[in-house]
Write a protein that binds this ligand. Structure first.
Ligand SMILES: *Cc1c(COP(=O)(O)O)cnc(C)c1O
Length: 442
């Protein structure tokens, strides 16, 4: 037998092959272990999810769908993809069709748009400045470049959506698609109402549930199913899976709505969605990631997951209360979800300053514009704070009260080195008590 690849190199562990990279990965593991992760879009996956992702499936090309591939040798990856599909549909009752191949949330959204819209079509989405996502029509994103975007926003007094105002705007604009969903909106979204607004003007309702998919799976936020025509999500936020996307849709649009979309004349919505994922915007699917999605979707169906989502919301309530009690202002007055938007102006700093001060003591958040922000987006007046990752670590209400106090201490004590040192020590102490799941202790 001729060995053409050095067996030494083929089998050597990463730490030996690439020590420079290995040190960066170890550094990231330590960072995730010893800092308080409050970025609302992040989470810690369980070991089984990470294991599925680091497998031989990474070697496989599988363009097409299970049973209908453009490559041979797909019998095992077909099993993985079918499991992901079945579990995704089981987790969200009322969903009729799913494509589990999108590499990310942004690509799931691109597939959603391309399946039914033409360039230049009118869409309505929540403004980025009021909590929407870049892919909902921002001018720097393809969605803003390709479509005629009319952004809706929250009301100045309440900082929440006024559905009557959205409806008035829809009647005026007559969009081809109403986009709902958000990255920094702390309140419940009324998908039933949004569907009646969209369908009332003959438009498709597209719900992007990226942030709240886990809460919906656990029955803790109203579901977009069966109201929305197309639903996308990421799999790595509250869902606690690998980085990736999913796109769900109705098997087909009802005939009166369908008549408004000539691109669907000879096809179903489900087939159009599948085609717009591949070959529309992607090539070969990431089968190792799809396998990890299947594991995450299995875990998300378990009672323990539902309890964790419940605790995520309870923790957000307590953290929000603690921040409010110490003088921070919560946009919209509070939260119904896993995240809150905190106006740090009353604490005498900008969002950018707060992010840096917290980073220095081991608390990770992101600066975030608040509605009607007077600061530029790269400075911002707020920070976005979320509880999924710390809840996954097992932290509870006692820790949330403590962390709320530590956040305000670190900001208010910014000129006193002793305060910073004390908060940093508290961060270390909490992290030591709540190990990161899925990683061996450091
Ligand atoms: C995170 C997010 C996305 C994008 O997901 P990526 O995987 O980062 O591309 C899309 N929409 C919403 C509402 C999000 O919060």
């Amino acid at each position: 037998m001729t060995v053409t690849t050095s067996p030494g190199l083929a089998w050597a562990p990463l730490a030996e092959v690439d020590p420079e990279l290995w040190r960066a990965i170890e550094g990231e593991r330590d960072r995730q272990t010893w800092k308080l992760e409050l970025i609302a879009s992040e989470n810690y996956v369980f070991r089984a999810v990470m294991e599925a992702q680091g497998t031989w499936l990474t070697n496989k090309y599988a363009e097409g769908l299970p049973g209908k591939r453009y490559y041979g040798g797909c019998e095992f990856v077909d099993v993985a993809e079918r499991l992901a599909q079945e579990r995704a549909l089981a987790l969200f009752p009322g969903a009729e069709h799913v494509n589990v191949q999108p590499h990310s949330g942004a690509q799931a959204n691109m597939a959603a748009y391309l399946s039914v819209l033409d360039r230049g079509d009118r869409i309505m989405g929540l403004s980025l400045a009021h909590g929407g996502h870049l892919t909902h029509g921002s001018p720097v994103n393809f969605s803003g470049k390709w479509f005629e975007v009319h952004s809706y926003g929250v009301e100045p007094e309440t900082e929440v959506l006024d559905y009557d105002a959205v409806e008035r705007m829809a009647r005026e604009v007559r969009p081809r698609m109403l986009v709902a969903g958000a990255s920094a909106y702390p309140r419940t979204l009324d998908f039933e109402r949004l569907a009646s607004i969209a369908h009332g003007v003959g438009a498709i309702l597209f719900v992007d549930m990226a942030h709240i998919a886990g809460l919906i799976a656990a029955g803790l936020h109203p579901s977009p199913f069966p109201h929305a025509d197309i639903v996308t999500t990421t799999t790595h936020k509250t869902l606690r899976g690998p980085r990736g996307g999913l796109v769900f849709c109705r098997a087909d649009l009802p005939p009166d709505l369908k008549a408004n979309y000539p691109v669907l004349e000879k096809t179903t919505l489900a087939a159009a969605i599948d085609k717009s994922v591949f070959p529309g915007v992607q090539g070969g699917p990431l089968m190792h990631v799809i396998a990890a999605k299947a594991v995450a979707l299995l875990l998300a169906g378990m009672p323990e997951y539902r309890e964790d989502q419940h605790r995520t919301i309870d923790n957000a309530q307590v953290l929000a209360g603690a921040l409010r009690d110490r003088g921070a202002r919560l946009v919209s007055g509070g939260t119904d979800t896993h995240l809150m938007l905190v106006d740090v102006t009353p604490l005498g700093v900008t969002g950018r300053e707060a992010e840096a001060l917290l980073d220095a003591v081991g608390i990770t958040v992101n600066k975030n514009a608040i509605p009607f922000d007077r600061n530029k987006p790269n400075i911002a007046s707020g920070i976005r704070v979320g509880t999924p990752a710390v809840t996954t670590r097992g932290m509870g209400e006692t820790e949330m009260r403590q962390i709320g106090g530590m956040i305000v201490d670190a900001i208010e004590g910014r000129d006193d080195a002793a305060v910073g040192e004390r908060v940093a020590a508290d961060v270390h102490e909490i992290c030591a008590r709540f190990p990161v799941p899925g990683l061996p202790p450091a």
